[in-house]
Design a binder for this molecule. Structure first.
Ligand code: ADP
Ligand code: MG
Length: 612
C-alpha cells in the first residue's frame, strides 16, 4: 500500500513536472505569438498609414490633373475658335501682304551686272559705283575727267557677286502673289550676252544652286501650295511660247519645229489664257517643269550673229497658270506668272546684220520699243495703253497693268566695249522705272544721294567744258565775222534739219551758251496727234532718213565750226536730256536704229539743265 502511495506520489510529481513544463512551453509560445502579433500590428499600422498617405497624394494628384485638363480644355477651345477664324485671318493676311507689294510699286526695275567672263580684262569696267539704294554710276572710259560719268537709279542694283539665290529672294514675294490670284510679269532685258538667260533659267547644266528665276519660282509655288494644302487646292499648268519675227509659236510641242505655227491670241478667254491654242501642260513637281523646259529650250529659235553665235533672236515666254480652290468656301482664284527672256536689245549695226538678220533685228526693236511704251504708259497711268503695237505686248496684255505686278531685270555687261549698249539699256530701264507715279515713289528715297553724286560728277566736268565752249564760241564768232551770210543759212538749216524722231535745236546759233546756261529747249517735229505707232515712226526715220539727216547735221556743224567730236558731244548731251523724257541714244549719231527703241515725246519738252 505504501509502495503504491509512493509510486502514485512519484507519478504525481512527474506529472506535475510535465504539467509545469507544458505550462512553461505554452507561456513561451504565447509570449512569442504576442510579440509576433505586436510586430504584425505595427506593420499593418504602418501600411495603413502609408496607404492613407498615398490616397491623399493620389487625391491631390487627381485634383491637379483635373485642373490641368480644365486648362487644356480651355486651350483646345481657343484653338478650335482660332481654326474657325483661320480663313478670315488668312484672307486678311493675303490682302495686307499684297497691299505691301503694291506699296513697293507695281512696276519695279532691278539692274544686274554680269561678272566678267574668263579672259575678259577685269580692269576696264564701266561700273564706277553701286549704291545701297539702287544707284548706279557709269563711267565712260573714253571721256575721263570730262562728261565721263552718268548716274542711274533703280529699285535695286545687284553687283557681279550677287548669287542666283539673292536675286530670287528679292522677287519671291511676287511669286506668292500669284497664288493669291494676281498676275505677275518678270522680264530680263539687255544686250545679247548680258546674262538674261542666266538670270531667268541659269546655266545649261545648272545645279540647284545655279537655278535661275524660272525653276526657283516654280519650286516655290509647289512649296507654298504644299504648305497650304489643308486650306487650298492648287492646279498648276505651264505654257511656253516664243515670239519670233512677230509670230507666236508654241515651244512645248514635242514633235519638232514643223508643228510650230503662228498662234492666235485672245484677251477674252474665261480661263485667262492669252494664247489659247498653245498647249498647256499640267505640272505637279519641279522635275516635271525641268523636263518641259528642256523641250522648250530645244525648240527655241536661235540665230547666229557676229556678236554672239548663240544669240537668241526671239522672246521666250514661260507662263505659269495657277488655279486655286478654297477648300472651305469653294471659291476659286486664278493667277498667272509670266517669265520672259527677251531677245537681245543690241542695235543692229553692232551685230553686222543684213537680210534675214536685219529683219529679225527690226522685229525685236519694234517689240522692245512697244514694251517700253506700254510700261511707260502704265507707269504714267495714261488712259490709253498701246498694247496692240506688238505681239509681245498683246500676249502679255492681261498681265501688264491693273492689279498686275511687273518686274524687269536689266542686264548689264561691265566691260568697256559694251559702254554704249550699256548706256542704251540703262536709259530704256530708266524710262520705264524713273517715271513711276504714286506709291512706288516712296521707294526712291535715295534721290538726294543720286542728285548729290550727279552734281559732283557734273561739277567735275564743268570746268573742262567751259573752256571748250569758250573756244568753240570763239570759232563761231570768227566764222560769223568772216561770212555773215553763210552763218544765217547754217542756222536755218540746222533748225530745219530735224527729221521725225530727232530733236531739233531751237536757236542753234546759241547752242554753246544754251548748253551751259540754265534752260535748254528741245522739241521734236512729231505731230502731237500721232497715234501709238511710235516705233513705226522712229523706224521710218532710222531706215529711210536717218543716215542722210545725220550727214547733213554733221556737214552743217562742220560749217558752223564744230568738229565731229564736238558735235557728238553736244548731240550726246542733248540726247541725254531727251532720253529721260522719252528717247534714247548713247550719243553716237551714226547709230541707225537706236532712236527707234524709244518714241519721242509728242510735245516740246523743256529741260532744266541746271538741275542735272
Ligand atoms: P544672254 O541670255 O543675255 O544672251 P547669257 O545668259 O547667255 O546672256 O550669258 C552670257 C554668258 O555669261 C553665259 O556664258 C553665262 O553663263 C554667263 N553669265 C551671265 N551671267 C552670269 C552670272 N551672273 N554669273 C556667271 N556667269 C554669268
Ligand atoms: Mg539668252
Amino acid at each position: 500500500m505504501e509502495s503504491i502511495i509512493a509510486e502514485l506520489k512519484q507519478e504525481l510529481v512527474v506529472t506535475c513536472k510535465m504539467y509545469e513544463n507544458r505550462c512553461q512551453e505554452l507561456e513561451e509560445k504565447a509570449r512569442e505569438s504576442k510579440a509576433h502579433l505586436v510586430e504584425k500590428t505595427k506593420e499593418v499600422e504602418f501600411l495603413l498609414a502609408d496607404s492613407k498617405k498615398k490616397i491623399k497624394e493620389l487625391e491631390e494628384n487627381s485634383k491637379l490633373k483635373f485642373k490641368n485638363w480644365e486648362n487644356k480644355g480651355l486651350k483646345l477651345k481657343v484653338l478650335a475658335d482660332a481654326a474657325d477664324n483661320y480663313h478670315k485671318v488668312l484672307a486678311e493676311n493675303q490682302r495686307l501682304y499684297n497691299e505691301v507689294q503694291e506699296l513697293k510699286g507695281n512696276i519695279r526695275v532691278y539692274c544686274r551686272i554680269r561678272p566678267f567672263l574668263p579672259g575678259q580684262n577685269q580692269k576696264s569696267t564701266t561700273i564706277d559705283y553701286i549704291g545701297e539704294s539702287g544707284e548706279l554710276l557709269i563711267v565712260n572710259p573714253s571721256k575721263q575727267g570730262k562728261d565721263g560719268h552718268r548716274m542711274f537709279k533703280f529699285n535695286k542694283v545687284f553687283d557681279q557677286a550677287a548669287s542666283q539665290a539673292e536675286i530670287f529672294s528679292d522677287i519671291q514675294p511676287l511669286i506668292r502673289s500669284v497664288l493669291d490670284g494676281y498676275n505677275v510679269c518678270i522680264f530680263a532685258y539687255g544686250q545679247t550676252g548680258s546674262g538674261k538667260t542666266y538670270t531667268m533659267s541659269g546655266p545649261i547644266t545648272a545645279s540647284m544652286e545655279d537655278w535661275g528665276v524660272n525653276y526657283r519660282a516654280l519650286n516655290d509655288l509647289f512649296g507654298i501650295s504644299e504648305n497650304r494644302r489643308n486650306s487650298f487646292f492648287y492646279e498648276v499648268g505651264v505654257q511656253m511660247v516664243e515670239i519670233y519675227n512677230e509670230q507666236v509659236r508654241d515651244l512645248l510641242v514635242d514633235d519638232g519645229p514643223q508643228k510650230r505655227y503662228p498662234l492666235c491670241m485672245s484677251s477674252t478667254q474665261p480661263n485667262g489664257l492669252a494664247v489659247p491654242d498653245a498647249s498647256v501642260h499640267p505640272v505637279k513637281s519641279t522635275s516635271d517643269v525641268l523636263q518641259l523646259m528642256h523641250v522648250g529650250q530645244t525648240n527655241r529659235a536661235v540665230g547666229s550673229t557676229a556678236l554672239n553665235e548663240r544669240s537668241s533672236r526671239s522672246h521666250s515666254i514661260l507662263t505659269v497658270h495657277v488655279r486655286g480652290v478654297d477648300l472651305k468656301t469653294g471659291s476659286t482664284s486664278r493667277g498667272c506668272l509670266h517669265l520672259i527672256d527677251l531677245a537681245g536689245s543690241e542695235r543692229v549695226e553692232r551685230s553686222e546684220a543684213t537680210g534675214d538678220r536685219l529683219k529679225e533685228a527690226q522685229h525685236i526693236n519694234k517689240s522692245l520699243s512697244a514694251l517700253g511704251d506700254v510700261i511707260f504708259a502704265l507707269a504714267q497711268k495714261n488712259t490709253h495703253v498701246p498694247y496692240r503695237n506688238s505681239k509681245l505686248t498683246q500676249v502679255l496684255q492681261s498681265s501688264l497693268g491693273g492689279q498686275a505686278k511687273t518686274l524687269m531685270f536689266v542686264q548689264i555687261n561691265p566691260d568697256v566695249e559694251s559702254y554704249s549698249e550699256t548706256i542704251s539699256t540703262l536709259k530704256f530701264a530708266e524710262r520705264v522705272s524713273g517715271v513711276e507715279l504714286g506709291a512706288a515713289r516712296s521707294n526712291k528715297d535715295g534721290r538726294d544721294v543720286k542728285d548729290l553724286l550727279e552734281q559732283v560728277a557734273f561739277l567735275k566736268d564743268t570746268v573742262a567744258r567751259k573752256d571748250e565752249e569758250i573756244e568753240q564760241l570763239q570759232m563761231v564768232i570768227d566764222l560769223r565775222t568772216r561770212s555773215p551770210m553763210l552763218n544765217n543759212d547754217r542756222n536755218a538749216m540746222l533748225i530745219h534739219s530735224s527729221s521725225p524722231g530727232i530733236p531739233c535745236l531751237v536757236g542753234t546759233a546759241r547752242l554753246g551758251p544754251q548748253l551751259s546756261s540754265a534752260r535748254l529747249v528741245i522739241s521734236t517735229d512729231k505731230a502731237p496727234s500721232e497715234p501709238d505707232n511710235s516705233f513705226q515712226f522712229s523706224e521710218n526715220h532710222c531706215m529711210a532718213n536717218g543716215g542722210d539727216k545725220d550727214q547733213k547735221l554733221q556737214a552743217d556743224a562742220y560749217l558752223v565750226g564744230f568738229r565731229d567730236v564736238d558735235l557728238e558731244d553736244k548731240l550726246s548731251e542733248i540726247s541725254d536730256s531727251v532720253i529721260s523724257v522719252g528717247t534714247e541714244t548713247d550719243g553716237s549719231v551714226s547709230s541707225s536704229t537706236e532712236f527707234g527703241v524709244f518714241p519721242e515725246s509728242s510735245k516740246p519738252v523743256q529741260m532744266s539743265k541746271g538741275k542735272m
